[in-house]
Design a binder for this molecule. Sequence first.
Ligand SMILES: [Zn+2]
Ligand SMILES: [Zn+2]
Length: 125
Amino acid sequence: MKPKRLCNHAGCNTLVDYNQTYCSKHEPEAKKNLYDNYENRKKIGGKYFWFYKSKAWKNLSNQYRLKQPLCEACLQEGVIKAGNVRDHIMPIREDWSKRLDESNIQNLCHYHHNVKTRQERMKSK
Ligand SMILES: [Zn+2]
Ligand SMILES: [Zn+2]
């Protein structure tokens, strides 16, 4: 006799094969939820994800680097260091309309970009 387990659905007492998670009644439901979550995440992250891959952003980002090749945060501390990351001063998650606004862009080195990202994450908590 094969080992059995309880269906994972809260409150369901149906026994299913050990390698299954849900009974035949609850399995379609669980799959649908999983799929919805995935689609949702793609939608939420997608807008930003695709923006950073867009031609418009890449052009602007390259143009900006030609004008300001140095890390602006380092410059403020009197340090000359190349900037590798074009960053939105006002994050586009907070103001989507400023995504291609040149006055909202700064060039940062990896160190300062990480610092800023960390600060933004702490703020959003
Ligand atoms: Zn069930
Ligand atoms: Zn820097």
